[in-house]
Design a protein around this ligand. Structure first.
Ligand SMILES: Cc1ncc(COP(=O)(O)O)c(C=O)c1O
Length: 497
């Protein structure tokens, strides 16, 4: 049964609402003005939005079991792929938990809007057997001893004034260290007074969205939905531009009425490619010509493995690029330190909006990080992490290659992309979730209006994203073997273990 058949009458929607609980109202009626072509995507979006709303406002409380996707698809006459994709999306966002043997349930805390696809599968960790969550550093790598030593030093040296009210742009000491570090490690051109410290890239985007981004911006067609959302929540409209195997298709910006573009040029998230040199030049020219801004999310710039490091775009156009980053990948998302490097002309506007007593993160922690950078402990940690992840990445590539499976997106970062068709993506993910894998599909990171990425054979492609940083050292080999088997046997469906 296809989505096209499903939209012929309203009945499927009533039935769906009934299956999700007698007093649950889900507004799923398709918009009659939508063309037949757009309906499949619209139905999917409506179902996802309706479920999100119902979870957010508590009509689907934590622990509620949703109908199995197969039977829901059959009952309401939607294609299985559509229902599966919606469930996948909400699992990836941490709103639902797919648990082996007990179906898909609403996650604890989901009513407070858990937003990170893949990077967290909160509350589900107890049931996850093979944790390939996207984008997290390995928790065991956190440099505890170095952090303690740096804390001792930083507190011993800090003048009393540090423990008074803090400057809204954050510790001057850390801004100074970061200016040197970002210049040395990433080619960023800045001075400490152009840096504003935040808690994360996410909070940086929130602040930029409500200050300098203008009313409409472009984003990469694939990216983190919660980054798009946080900008949209500031009243900024979002337009996706396509992404291909050379990064964002920046020539698509030319005829658009947008005041900025959000890019991940060093390592497109999630496809994993670096923006090719011609496109780097093109986007800078576009920004100069149209007086537009480029927001460069350099989320994992230090974790490069093979090639010469790809420097930050900001270094080529410091007047046009707002550079954002954080320690969420390099140290831990628990540290809560991020940064914005602003063109000089925007500093006052951002600082004005921030207020005079609004530092975001703990200045004490900022001093600790400053000490780690100044003493070389941070660099040492990065070098160690790089080696650790490179070994893991190589193991993953080798194991999958033995089965004829190639992996993309791997010159940098903490995840790999295993490309496959859309149907295979759904099959592998569903089989994986049934077996306790924490995995995310490429499609869950696509902007609903963005075209699917075209694979090397010219077909719209999907894929699964493998966060190889997360598995524990003691289970990594087993996890990779299980993953290889899952992907090899995932199409067609069958017993996988
Ligand atoms: C594309 C991208 N940007 C930024 C980040 C870091 O985000 P934050 O600093 O908000 O934790 C991540 C981490 O998962 C990411 O994947």
């Amino acid at each position: 049964v296809t989505d096209q058949q499903a939209i012929r009458g309203p009945d499927p929607w009533d039935e769906l609402a009934a299956r999700l609980g007698t007093d649950l109202f889900l507004d799923l009626q398709p918009d009659p003005s939508t063309t037949a072509r757009g309906r499949g995507a619209q139905l999917r979006r409506r179902l996802a939005d309706a479920l999100r709303d119902a979870i957010a406002d508590g009509r689907l409380p934590a622990g509620t079991t949703l109908p199995p996707y197969r039977s829901l698809a059959a009952d309401v006459g939607l294609s299985r792929g559509t229902v599966t994709a919606v469930y996948n999306e909400l699992v990836a966002e941490g709103r639902l938990i797919a648990r082996q043997g007990s179906g898909t349930t609403v996650a604890a805390g989901a009513a407070r809007s858990v937003e990170s696809p893949g990077s967290h599968v909160p509350s589900a960790t107890a049931s996850v057997r093979h944790d390939f969550s996207l984008g997290q550093p390995n928790a065991s790598l956190f440099p505890r001893a170095e952090w303690v030593a740096a804390t001792r030093r930083a507190l011993a040296e800090a003048p009393d004034a540090v423990f008074g009210p803090s400057p809204p742009n954050g510790s001057e000491r850390l801004r100074t260290e970061l200016a040197h570090y970002l210049s040395r490690a990433r080619g960023v051109r800045t001075t400490p007074d152009r840096i504003v410290l935040t808690t994360s890239v996410m909070s940086a985007l929130e602040l930029l969205g409500r200050t300098v981004l203008g009313r409409r911006i472009a984003v990469e067609g694939y990216g983190l939905p919660f980054h798009r959302d946080v900008i949209a929540r500031q009243g900024v409209s979002i337009e996706p531009i396509p992404v291909d195997h050379h990064g964002a298709v920046v020539e698509d910006l030319v005829d658009r009425d947008v005041s900025a573009v959000l890019l991940t040029p060093s390592h497109q998230f999630p496809l994993g490619v670096a923006l090719e040199p011609d496109r780097r030049r093109q986007v800078i020219e576009w920004a100069r010509r149209s007086d537009a801004l480029i927001i460069e999310d350099d989320y994992d710039g230090e974790l490069r493995y093979d090639r010469e490091p790809v420097g930050a775009l900001q270094g080529l156009a410091p007047e046009q690029v707002i550079y954002v980053g954080s320690v969420s990948k390099s140290l831990s998302p628990a540290v809560r330190i991020g940064w914005i490097v602003l063109p000089p002309r925007l500093v006052d506007t951002v600082m004005w909006a921030k207020g005079i007593r609004e530092p975001d993160a703990s200045v004490v922690d900022q001093l600790v990080l400053a000490d780690m950078i100044a003493t070389g402990a941070y660099d040492k940690h990065i070098r160690r992490s790089r080696q650790f992840y490179r070994r893991r990445r190589d193991t993953l590539i080798t194991r999958l290659a033995e089965q004829g499976i190639t992996v993309g997106g791997i010159p940098a970062g903490l995840h790999a992309v295993v490309g496959m068709g859309h149907d295979a993506e759904s099959r592998v993910l569903n089989a994986g979730w049934d077996r306790g894998f924490s995995l995310v599909g490429l499609d869950s990171l696509r902007h609903p209006d963005a075209p699917a990425v075209i694979d090397r054979d010219g077909n719209p492609g999907g894929g699964i994203l493998v966060g190889f940083g997360t598995p524990a050292a003691s289970t990594f080999d087993t996890d990779v073997n299980a993953l290889t088997e899952l992907i090899t046997n995932g199409s067609p469906p069958g017993p996988l273990e």
